[in-house]
Design a protein around this ligand. Structure first.
Ligand SMILES: [Zn+2]
Ligand SMILES: [Zn+2]
Ligand SMILES: [Zn+2]
Ligand SMILES: [Zn+2]
Length: 497
């Protein structure tokens, strides 16, 4: 472990452009692993903890057909003639082609001699984020070396493959080592479309390293969340819940709605550690039962959950009848359910998927299971893009129901604020407003109807009185054969007056 003091010094240099005078954090010894970011005063939910800027950022260039983005400003370009005319093999817009940043990138890549400089090559474009480490200052590079790196067997593959795309790729061991190390640090601490770090339902299309955020340790129930400023790509980290002074700030490296076993496997393989957070130590995952399956005994209504053993294939226990099952046995149920739900999800009919989730799936898989939660998330996403074959009413009801279901899962897990929660609560609020408006409209309609009915009744009454008056008058005039007797005013008319 690199000492927290040196990390702090290097981070101070990196953050100098916008470091708070009175930061709410410090680098300290972590209870989770090595060193971490610790709150130096109590933080309220929603409060900004820190800002960070990317030390390295570049295009992720994962899809071969979407390589027409500028390597400097990262904006999409018209898909003709977007490659640098200097022959560096990088896409660049006409404005950025004149900037200092591109001059540095351009000189470096030209000196390596790309094989086909006019053809956008994802391997070359993807390497840029890594190669930029070469032109950083000594302190900036030291900062990269300060961060955790999972130096597994695969981390050298990227640079090795990229070398084949250039005529004069450097053979200098020191340069290669810097790049390999940067790849490993990016894979462990960086953002990339392929990693699950961007789990908060937000797309981040670049490859980037935020050094201070890189020091933030993992917890499966994080107490902080982040957003990006669109213009600068700077990151803002906020408290997801109230954080007491002296508590460590945490984020999550995994998706929120995966079960204990899958998270463990991911963290072990990709990040090289075993998480021991409270969620990971609880077979029920705080009562959210994300991995929960039905008991194999059809007479038992209990849920079966995997034991906490740290093994990739643990035994499972029924919480009701205590029956033990092997991992293979439970995986059969899980695979069956996942297959059935995914088949509906892949069909073109959104209505079919919604009906299946509402009426069928809980006969063979609990609603708390991650495959159901995932399917509901995908329904909400699809509804955001359009109703497809759902009626307006079905779409509205589904939005309300699934947003509520997922926020309930988040509540059970004890998850605080996040972009996902904000989004779901917004959906709920809008749906509830729509309902309230519909109820108010209905009440108004009823009120108007009642008013009309009252008026009609009044008119009927009036008519009856008039008719009676006429009849009385007729009767009176028939009786005036007796002169001198003035007709008495009709009593009803007097009442009316
Ligand atoms: Zn540009
Ligand atoms: Zn160039
Ligand atoms: Zn955990
Ligand atoms: Zn049972």
């Amino acid at each position: 472990m690199i000492c927290p003091k040196r990390t702090s010094e290097l981070l101070d240099l990196h953050l100098a452009p916008f470091k708070d005078k009175d930061p709410a954090w410090e680098i300290g010894v972590s209870r989770i692993a090595g060193r971490g970011v610790v709150a130096t005063r109590s933080l309220k939910r929603g409060e900004i903890i820190f800002r960070d800027s990317p030390l390295l950022i570049g295009l992720a260039a994962h899809e071969e057909d979407a390589l027409n983005a500028c390597s400097v400003c990262l904006k999409m370009l018209p898909d003709t003639r977007f490659m640098c005319r200097q022959g560096c093999g990088l896409p660049v817009c006409s404005l950025c082609a004149k900037k200092k940043q591109h001059k540095g990138d351009c000189d470096l890549f030209k000196s390596w001699g790309p094989n086909e400089p006019d053809v956008a090559n994802s391997v070359i474009i993807r390497l840029l984020c890594v190669a930029r480490a070469i032109n950083l200052s000594k302190e900036q590079r030291d900062l990269i070396y300060c961060l955790q790196a999972n130096l597994d067997n695969n981390h050298r593959t990227e640079v090795r493959n990229a070398a084949k795309c250039f005529k004069n790729f450097p053979t200098d061991k020191k340069l290669i080592e810097i790049m390999n190390r940067t790849v490993a640090v990016l894979r462990t601490n960086g953002f990339d479309k392929t990693t699950d770090r961007t789990n908060d339902n937000q797309e981040f299309n670049y490859r980037a390293l935020y050094p201070l955020f890189g020091v933030v340790n993992h917890d499966c129930i994080p107490n902080a969340y982040y957003t990006f400023e669109e213009k600068t790509n700077n990151m803002i980290v906020r408290a997801a819940v109230d954080i007491p002074e002296g508590f460590e700030v945490t984020t999550t490296y995994t998706k929120l709605f995966t079960g204990n076993i899958a998270r463990h496997l991911f963290l072990k393989m990709k990040k090289g550690f075993t998480c021991k957070c409270p969620r990971c130590s609880d077979p029920t995952e705080k009562g959210a039962f994300i991995s929960g399956l039905y008991c194999r005994d059809t007479n038992c209504t209990g849920l079966v959950v995997p034991e906490i053993s740290g093994l990739p294939h643990p035994n499972w226990n029924c919480l009701e009848c205590k029956q033990k099952s092997t991992h293979a046995q439970m995986m059969k149920s899980q695979d069956f359910a996942s297959g059935a739900i995914n088949a509906k999800a892949n069909s073109n009919s959104l209505r079919t998927l919604v009906q299946y989730l509402n009426e069928k799936s809980d006969s063979f898989i609990p609603n708390s299971n991650y495959v159901v939660v995932d399917a509901k998330m995908s329904v909400l996403q699809r509804l955001q893009q359009g109703r497809e074959d759902c009626s307006e009413e079905l779409a509205n009801n589904t939005r309300l129901r699934y947003s509520r279901d997922i926020t309930q899962v988040m509540d059970k897990l004890g998850l605080g604020d996040s972009l996902l929660r904000t989004h779901l609560e917004e959906q709920l609020r809008r749906e509830e407003e729509r309902r309230a408006k519909r109820l108010a409209d209905e009440a108004e309609k009823q009120r108007k109807l009642a008013e009309l009915q009252a008026k009609a009744a009044e008119a009927d009454q009036l008519l009856a009185v008039l008719e009676k008056e006429q009849a009385d008058q007729a009767a009176a005039s028939a009786g005036t054969a007796d002169p001198g007797t003035a007709p008495a005013p009709p009593p009803a008319a007097a009442e009316l007056a």
